[in-house]
Design a protein around this ligand. Structure first.
Ligand SMILES: NC(=O)c1ccc[n+]([C@@H]2O[C@H](COP(=O)([O-])OP(=O)(O)OC[C@H]3O[C@@H](n4cnc5c(N)ncnc54)[C@H](OP(=O)(O)O)[C@@H]3O)[C@@H](O)[C@H]2O)c1
Length: 238
C-alpha cells in the first residue's frame, strides 16, 4: 500500500484528467487506498468521470459544483504536447500562433482555472496538497536543448501560476502545499512519439510514475508550497 500517512486518516481527493496515462494510474492507486474516503474523477472523454473540459471555464465551474466534501488532495494530471493537428516545434520556423494558443490553453490556463474553482473546495484543516503535473522541460535554468517552444513555455508559465497561487492560498490555508510535479518520462500517448530517445530503464510505466508521485505528495509540507518536484522528490529549479 502506498504511504499516504501524512494525510488525515480519512480524506477526499479530486483527479482532473483521470482519462490520461498518468491520471488514470493515479486514480487507480487512490481508489484502492484505505485512507481515501471520496475520490472524484474528472475528464472530458470518459462516461465514468464528471465532465470537465479545460478549454471551457463553465464546465470547470460546473464540475466543481459536484464536490460536496472538503478536499485534501487535488491532482491536475492533464496536459498536451502534440495532437493529430500538431507536433512540438523543432525550430522557430515551426511556430504557429494557433497551436501555441491551444497548448497554453490546456497546459497553463486550464490548470489555473481549475485552481480558481477547486482551491475554495479544499479543507481548512489537516494536510492539503493542490498539485498540477508540470514537466522538467519547463525549467528555464535546465534548458540546454531548446525546441518545443510552446510546451516548454506553457509549463514555465504553469510553474509561475503555481508559485503565485501558493502565495495567495497561504493566507487562508495554513497547511496547504501548492506544487508542480514532474512524473519522469512515462509510457503514455503523450510521450509515445519520442520514446526512441529514452535510455534503457528510464521509461516509467504509468503505474510506477503514479506511485512515485504519490510518495512525493505525501511528504511535501506547506513550507514547500510554490515549488516543483520531480518523481524522486528532488526540487526542480525554476
Ligand atoms: N508522459 C510523459 O513522459 C510526461 C513527461 C513530463 C511531463 N508529463 C506531464 O504529465 C501530465 C500527464 O501526461 P500523460 O503522459 O498522462 O498524458 P496523456 O496520457 O496524453 O493524458 C493527457 C490528459 O490530459 C487531458 N486533456 C487534454 N486536453 C484536455 C482538455 N482540453 N480538457 C480536459 N482534459 C484534457 C486528456 O484528456 P482526454 O482523454 O479527454 O484527451 C488526458 O486525460 C501532462 O501534464 C504532461 O505534460 C508527462
Amino acid at each position: 500500500m502506498i504511504d499516504l500517512s501524512h494525510f488525515p486518516l480519512s480524506f477526499n481527493v479530486a483527479v482532473i484528467g483521470a482519462s490520461g496515462g498518468v491520471g488514470k494510474a493515479l486514480a487507480e492507486h487512490l481508489d484502492a487506498h484505505s485512507q481515501v474516503n471520496k475520490l472524484y474523477c474528472f475528464s472530458r472523454s470518459s462516461d465514468e468521470h464528471i465532465y470537465l473540459d479545460l478549454s471551457d471555464e463553465g464546465s470547470i465551474q460546473q464540475a466543481a459544483s459536484f464536490v460536496d466534501v472538503p478536499l485534501h488532495l487535488v491532482i491536475v494530471a492533464t496536459g498536451v504536447l502534440h495532437s493529430a493537428d500538431f507536433m512540438p516545434e523543432k525550430s522557430l520556423r515551426d511556430l504557429d500562433a494557433e497551436t501555441m494558443r491551444k497548448v497554453f490553453e490546456v497546459n497553463t490556463i486550464g490548470p489555473a482555472l481549475v485552481a480558481k474553482y477547486f482551491i475554495p473546495l479544499m479543507a481548512r484543516e489537516g494536510k492539503g496538497v493542490f498539485s498540477a503535473l508540470s514537466a522538467r522541460v519547463g525549467s528555464v535554468s535546465d534548458n540546454r536543448l531548446g525546441g518545443w517552444h510552446s510546451y516548454r513555455a506553457s509549463k514555465t508559465a504553469l510553474n509561475m501560476i503555481i508559485k503565485n497561487i501558493s502565495i495567495e492560498a497561504a493566507r487562508k490555508y495554513k497547511e496547504l502545499a501548492v506544487i508542480g510535479l514532474h512524473p519522469g518520462t512515462v509510457d503514455t500517448g503523450l510521450s509515445e512519439p519520442f520514446q526512441s530517445n529514452v535510455s534503457e530503464g528510464k521509461l516509467f510505466s504509468p503505474e510506477s510514475s503514479a506511485r512515485y508521485l504519490l510518495d512525493v505528495v505525501n511528504l511535501v509540507q506547506a513550507s514547500d508550497s510554490g515549488k516543483v518536484f520531480a518523481w524522486d522528490g528532488q526540487e526542480i529549479e525554476a
